[in-house]
Each structure stands twice: as structure tokens, then as C-alpha cells.
Design a protein around this ligand. Structure first.
Ligand code: HEC
Length: 104
């Protein structure tokens, strides 16, 4: 009896989590690897070479999704970031955002 109760609590937790987080942060970690060459070690702003690179680790997923779609769809113009976002699908962007937003 006790086991059954525990199992259903566990199931609720698992299914609850999945509905909130459809994106896969683990897949995002792999997909975000190329980004870190510029955006640096996830937690830090890259200060070298000479241009400013925004900190993207720990930002809200919604914010990252909006920014990446804007670069991809050329609503926000930046040659380098457009080149990086151009090949990403909506799923890729969601996964990457899930990963980056999970960093502190
Ligand atoms: C060649 C260097 C470079 C690479 C590689 C790169 N970025 Fe960027 N990224 C930049 C620069 C520079 C900016 C600032 C652009 C601007 O001023 O709009 C930026 C901006 C961003 C922003 C907007 C941040 C904000 O606060 O508005 C996001 C999100 C982002 N990058 C995510 C990514 C992701 C995800 C990848 C990998 C798919 C990636 N970047 C790869 C250089 C790079």
C-alpha cells in the first residue's frame, strides 16, 4: 500500500516536470558547444578578444529563445549571431535555451 502511494507521487512528479519542460537541456548542452567558443565558459562573460560578448548562461529561457529567433529571422541584425542561429530549428533553440537557462 505504502509502495503504491509512493509510486504515484513519483509518477506525478515526473509527468509534472515533463509538461513544464518539454525542451531537453542535455541535448542543448551538446548543441551549445559551438556557442561557448565566443560566449566563454558558461558562467562568465568573455572579455578577450576585443568585442563584448553578452553573458547568456543563466538568462531566462524565454529571453534566450526570443533573442535566438530574432537573430535567425533577421529581426535583430548581427552578422555573426545570424550565422550561428541560421541553422537552428525551433527545437534546437528550445533545447539550447533550456540548457543555458539552467546555468547559474
Ligand atoms: C563568433 C562568436 C559567437 C558565436 C560562435 C556565438 N555567439 Fe552569440 N553573440 C555573439 C556576439 C558578439 C553577440 C552580441 C551581438 C549583438 O550585439 O547583438 C551575441 C549575442 C547572443 C545572444 C543575445 C544575448 C543578449 O543578451 O541579448 C544570445 C542569446 C546568443 N548570442 C546565443 C548564442 C548561441 C546559442 C550560440 C550558439 C548556437 C552563439 N550565441 C554563438 C558572438 C557569438
Amino acid at each position: 500500500m505504502k509502495k503504491l502511494a509512493l509510486a504515484s507521487v513519483f509518477l506525478c512528479l515526473v509527468t509534472g516536470m515533463q509538461s513544464v519542460q518539454a525542451a531537453d537541456p542535455e541535448a542543448g548542452r551538446v548543441k551549445a558547444e559551438t556557442c561557448l567558443g565566443c560566449h566563454g565558459i558558461p558562467l562568465y562573460v568573455n572579455t578577450y578578444p576585443t568585442y563584448h560578448v553578452p553573458k547568456i548562461g543563466g538568462q531566462h529561457a524565454d529571453y534566450l529563445i526570443a533573442a535566438l529567433k530574432a537573430y535567425r529571422d533577421k529581426q535583430r541584425s548581427h552578422g555573426t549571431m545570424h550565422a550561428n542561429a541560421a541553422s537552428l530549428s525551433d527545437d534546437d533553440i528550445a533545447d539550447i535555451a533550456a540548457y543555458l537557462s539552467s546555468l547559474k
